[in-house]
Design a protein around this ligand. Structure first.
Ligand code: JD8
Length: 225
């Protein structure tokens, strides 16, 4: 699967995807990642990518021409959907990750400043996606989150297929407490059931622990009104 990112900070993507399971997938050619410098698509002497907002207000807005021309030049080699990361976008979920993983590629546009001229979304038929209800300073980290979540669903990226849940709402979102050696550390012991070798009991314990974790986390969940 091929990912193309349009950003004023292409360098952010280099170290992020040199390591771990996605880094290895890129080395092995199962995933391709191209971070394009938006400024390469400007035509003026100052390589300006932003301008003042019509209607007034604070900050700057990303100009439409460089973004649209950047995406048009990428489209020849990437036929996938265009995503713009925006704080007000549709919520990014495991189900959307699974849907996007079926595409041959993705083109992700990263905003900065106060956002992107809205004609970019219109012209490109882009889908606006948000990774969560908190304010970040730009769309690069959200793009990395989306790439990580989607790329690991590409066949062959995560080594052991057994460690990858088949459907999007299965085991991967419902973890149980994990332990490894030593069986006792600073007086803290590993639950006896895990040392018992009784696989039926272990399965039951893990299921019950996962359910309890979900309940506890839910009592802590807050939402904006
Ligand atoms: C893109 C600029 C900065 C600062 C409005 C838009 C996603 N879940 C998320 N939170 N924040 C973003 C995000 C923030 C961005 C941009 C994504 C481009 N900003 C904010 C306050 C004023 N702009 C995001 N996905």
């Amino acid at each position: 699967m091929r990912f193309d990112v349009v950003t004023i900070f292409p360098g952010m993507f280099v170290p992020a995807f040199q390591q771990g399971v996605i880094g290895r997938a890129i080395e092995r050619g199962r995933v391709e990642l191209h971070a394009h410098d938006l400024r390469e698509h400007t035509r003026d002497r100052h390589r300006q990518v932003d301008d003042m907002p019509f209607g007034g207000g604070p900050g700057m807005v990303m100009k439409p021409e460089p973004v649209i021309e950047a995406v048009e030049s990428i489209r020849a080699s990437n036929k996938g959907p265009v995503i713009i990361t925006e704080p007000w976008g549709e919520p990014f979920h495991q189900q959307l990750a699974a849907e996007l993983a079926k595409e041959s590629g993705l083109i992700i546009v990263c905003g900065r400043y106060e956002g992107i001229d809205d004609r970019v979304r219109t012209a490109l038929g882009a889908r606006e996606v948000s990774i969560g209800d908190y304010v970040l300073s730009g769309g690069e980290i959200p793009a990395m989150v989306i790439i990580d979540a989607v790329a690991r669903l590409v066949p062959g990226v995560v080594g052991d297929p057994g460690s990858l849940a088949q459907d999007s709402f299965s085991d991967e979102l419902t973890g149980w407490p994990q332990f490894t050696r030593p069986a006792e550390y600073r007086g803290m012991t590993v639950p006896e059931v895990l040392l018992s070798g009784d696989h039926a009991r272990i399965k039951q314990w893990r299921r019950q622990q996962a359910a309890q974790r979900r309940r506890v986390s839910q009592t802590k969940e807050v939402r904006q009104t």
